[in-house]
Write a protein that binds this ligand. Structure first.
Ligand SMILES: NC(=O)c1ccc[n+]([C@@H]2O[C@H](COP(=O)([O-])OP(=O)(O)OC[C@H]3O[C@@H](n4cnc5c(N)ncnc54)[C@H](OP(=O)(O)O)[C@@H]3O)[C@@H](O)[C@H]2O)c1
Length: 250
C-alpha cells in the first residue's frame, strides 16, 4: 500500500471540489508528493469526494520513487499495478537548484555535473515515469497524466536567457511528453497527457528567487491545474498548458 500524505487542502471549495470528468471512485497518484505543489495536489485529491484512493509517491514513500534510480521507478509502478487502473497520474517532482549550485546565468557557468543532475531529475527520471506509469492509465475509460513542466522551458517564449540546464531539461521533458502522447493514444484513446506550468509558486524550489514574495500559495496553483486538467478532452493530448488555461508555445 503506498504511503499517502494527509496534508489539509488549503484551497477553498469554490476553487476546486472535484475532478468531474473522471468516473466516480477514480484513483489518483502524485509523484513528488513531498514538494509544495505535489503535496497541495494530493491534498486536493484526498478532499475530492469522487476520489476513492489518492496515493503520494516520493523518495521516502513505500514503494519509493527516486528519479535517480531507474529500478525504483519500475518497482513502484509494478507494485501499484494491482490497485489500478489509475485515472489521474501527476508527476510533480523537479529541481531548479541543489548541492551543485544555482541555475547558470551565463554560458561560462555551465558544467557537466550540474547539467547531468538537472537532466536526471527533470528529464530522464520523468521519462522513465512516463514509460512505467502510462501503462497504469485505464484503457477503456478517461485518464489524465500530467507532468509539471515550466514556462521557462518554452523555446518559443524564451526572452530573457539564462537558467540553461533548467530551461533545456524542461524543453526536453516537453518533447518526451508530446512523443509519449502519440504512442499512448494508440492504446489508451481517452487518455490526456499534458505538460503543465504551475505559475510562480512559493516553495523550496523558488525560494532563492524571491518565491516567497512573488509566488502564489501552492494550494491555489494545485486547484487551478486540476481545473485545467478536468476541462481537457482527448484531442488536447500532447499539449503544454499553464495553470490559467492558456496554451503555451513549445
Ligand atoms: N515553484 C515554482 O514557482 C515552479 C514554477 C514552474 C515550474 N515548477 C515545477 O513544479 C514542480 C514542483 O515544484 P515545487 O515548487 O513544488 O518544488 P519543491 O517544493 O522543491 O518540490 C520538489 C519535489 O521534487 C522531488 N524530487 C526532487 N528530486 C527528486 C528525485 N531525485 N527523486 C524523487 N523526487 C525528487 C522532491 O522530493 P524530496 O522531498 O525527496 O526532495 C519534492 O517532492 C517542479 O517540476 C518544478 O520545476 C515550479
Amino acid at each position: 500500500m503506498p504511503t499517502t500524505q494527509q496534508t489539509p487542502c488549503t484551497v477553498t471549495p469554490t476553487a476546486f471540489t472535484s475532478l468531474q470528468s473522471l468516473p466516480q471512485g477514480y484513483r489518483a497518484l502524485v509523484i513528488g508528493a513531498t514538494g509544495a505543489i505535489g503535496s497541495a495536489l494530493l491534498a486536493c485529491l484526498h478532499a475530492d469526494p469522487r476520489c476513492a484512493l489518492a496515493a503520494g509517491l516520493g523518495r521516502r514513500s513505500s514503494p519509493a520513487v527516486d528519479l535517480d534510480d531507474e529500478a525504483s521507478i519500475a518497482h513502484a509502478a509494478q507494485q501499484l499495478k494491482s490497485q489500478g487502473p489509475w485515472h489521474c497520474i501527476i508527476h510533480a517532482a523537479g529541481v531548479l537548484h541543489g548541492p551543485l549550485g544555482l541555475p547558470e546565468k551565463r554560458l561560462g557557468q555551465m558544467n557537466y555535473a550540474q547539467m547531468e543532475a538537472t537532466f536526471r531529475a527533470n528529464t530522464f527520471g520523468p521519462a522513465l515515469v512516463l514509460a512505467h506509469f502510462a501503462p497504469l492509465l485505464p484503457r477503456q475509460e478517461r485518464g489524465l497524466l500530467a507532468v509539471l513542466s515550466a514556462k521557462v522551458g518554452s523555446i518559443g517564449d524564451n526572452r530573457l536567457g539564462g537558467w540553461y540546464s533548467y530551461r533545456a531539461s524542461k524543453a526536453a521533458l516537453n518533447m518526451l511528453l508530446k512523443t509519449a502522447s502519440i504512442e499512448v493514444a494508440r492504446t489508451h484513446p481517452q487518455a490526456v497527457l499534458v505538460a503543465l506550468h504551475p505559475g510562480t509558486v512559493s516553495s523550496a524550489l523558488s525560494a532563492p528567487f524571491n518565491g516567497a514574495q512573488i509566488g502564489r500559495p501552492a494550494g491555489d496553483a494545485a486547484a487551478d491545474m486540476l481545473r485545467v486538467l478536468d476541462a481537457m478532452d482527448a484531442q488536447q493530448t500532447g499539449s503544454f498548458y499553464a495553470y490559467s488555461g492558456e496554451q503555451l508555445p513549445w
